[in-house]
Write a protein of this length. Structure first.
Lengths: 322, 322
């Protein structure tokens, strides 16, 4: 994405070093593991989490060596969740490449996810203080809770808006929030600006996940380069469907239930049903509201190029390719 | 096991507190997660890793609050590997209960393993220094390498003795070694006794895994309360088979290959084949040798009840119920 390159311009050299730290940490004496890690490197896409962490640091004054290490840590945590998510979703495609589970089997994918999370904690433990280790581990605790909640509620047609928001806040936004908080903290920011940037990161994460869930229904696999429609296949209720169910009459509700419970899902049928209640637009509006509230948080920081780019990054999240 | 109770007598009160720390760390606001964790608690059996850590501490002088925390950490790491191993092995039974994957599905089991490993690192990060976090994360890196190596070599009839030892040292012995090293370190032991106890722990871990692999072939599911024969089913070569293959003539080798490649494994047929080369006895002798070498390491510590019990614990490992 060309826009992203200009957004990341203030942290371009940092990001290069982050990728080097990432690769160095994953190096193994065993060629079979290096092959797997080389493959996983292809999944490295937007570098959203390192971007948030480094820009938050810059917006609070500076980035340090700790920022570079932590940016690699959060990307590694994210990669681990991607690899395990693809196992859970039985996904075939990720960034236009076959997923690890498809290529090497579920067993190698489960273990590679474990390898990545272990290395994330290892890299984090190399820092001087325990602060980052505590924040990262507390965050991954919450991420796992959200994921477990999500699996538990598969096929639960009574899942409400609040439950949905709780789940995506845990599984996605808690990590983007932690990135911003850590970025601020290691730039020497006080508790208040750090908490403020964390709230920015939380709102950005929620907006990101809502958009992702919408794209799972309306996006093009070809353009996005990953398996779509898995939420429907796995009877995972997301915002558009939850909204539609609250607006639906008995007939529509029954039709939705049948569609979601069915074994051969039909995305275009789902899109038609969601159109009757304008639920896609409702969801995109909700994402936009979260982006607005994220940007409002930035007002409390002194003006800077980094602050400006954090604001543009938030907007970019909801205008992703479909 | 009554013997274990007497062995753990010097650390009985410590172990009670360790179990409390373990349970407190896993507490969640979400009832669905507490239910899963309550279930996993049933897998808590011999507490071998906390036992090694605490007895190593005592053998070097004392156990501290750090020991209690770390004993809970290593048990949590171990639990995480059990939960993921049961997914990989498609196992039905663990400590006489259905496995998490059988009860709640592979998805919940993958995520619960992640939840456990995340909490292990979180608990570890609460300590003052980074030392333990570094040792634990470096160890889990190695454990994952061993597990990945093992999956990679499934069905590899050329797997040699050295490869096998490398795999089990990584996946099992590295953690028991780390337990002893940490136990010594936090009791204030110097680098030499800590390294010495780590070597004891490594040898104990290797002996433990060899015995486990033998029991997978000759043990009784009823008495052991867990799914057996999965190594054979998953074409995983272990010491008895590797030894047999090196001694086998062409006919026997072909028969073994067929048996290992087959989809419906026959443990009793395998036992008969292994008997022709006395490979079960060879393997048990190898385990015994590792126990002897472990015990020899203890000579360099001052005599104490804890040292004596570490020695008895090593012997107990190879005389487990079949």
């Amino acid at each position: 994405m060309a826009v992203l390159t200009t957004l990341y311009e203030p942290i371009a050299r940092d990001l290069e070093r982050v990728c080097q730290i990432f690769d160095d940490e994953l190096f193994s004496d065993l060629p079979l593991i290096n092959d797997l890690c080389a493959y996983v490197r292809q999944y490295r896409g937007k570098l959203l989490r390192p971007g948030l962490l480094l820009l938050s640091g810059k917006a609070c004054g500076k980035t340090t060596d700790e920022h570079l290490t932590l940016a690699a840590v959060v990307e590694m945590v994210h990669m681990a969740t991607l690899v395990h998510d693809d196992v859970l979703d039985d996904a075939d495609l990720r960034r236009r490449c076959p997923t690890i589970n498809r290529l090497e089997g579920n067993e190698a994918a489960v273990l590679l996810g474990d390898y990545l999370i272990s290395h994330a904690f290892h890299l984090c433990s190399l820092l001087e203080s325990q602060h980052a280790s505590r924040v990262i581990a507390a965050t991954t605790n919450i991420v796992c809770e959200g994921e477990l909640q999500q699996v538990h509620h598969r096929g639960d047609f009574n899942l409400g808006l609040d439950d949905y928001l709780q789940i995506i806040t845990r599984k996605t936004a808690s990590l983007t929030g932690a990135c911003c908080r850590l970025g601020a903290h290691f730039a020497g920011a006080g508790a208040e600006p750090a908490a403020n940037l964390e709230r920015y990161g939380l709102a950005v994460g929620i907006a990101f996940q809502i958009t992702d869930d919408v794209l799972d229904i309306i996006g093009s696999e070809k353009r996005m380069g990953k398996t779509l429609g898995r939420d429907l296949e796995k009877s995972k209720l997301t915002l558009p469907v939850i909204h539609c169910l609250t607006r639906a009459d008995d007939t529509l509700r029954k039709e939705l239930h049948l569609l979601l419970a069915g074994s051969s899902p039909d995305r275009s049928r789902l899109r038609n049903l969601l159109e009757t209640t304008d639920s896609i637009n409702y969801s995109l509006d909700a994402a936009r509201d979260y982006v607005e509230s994220a940007i409002a948080r930035l007002e409390e920081l002194p003006p800077s190029q980094a602050r400006h780019n954090l604001s543009r990054l938030a907007k970019l999240i909801i205008s992703r390719e479909q």
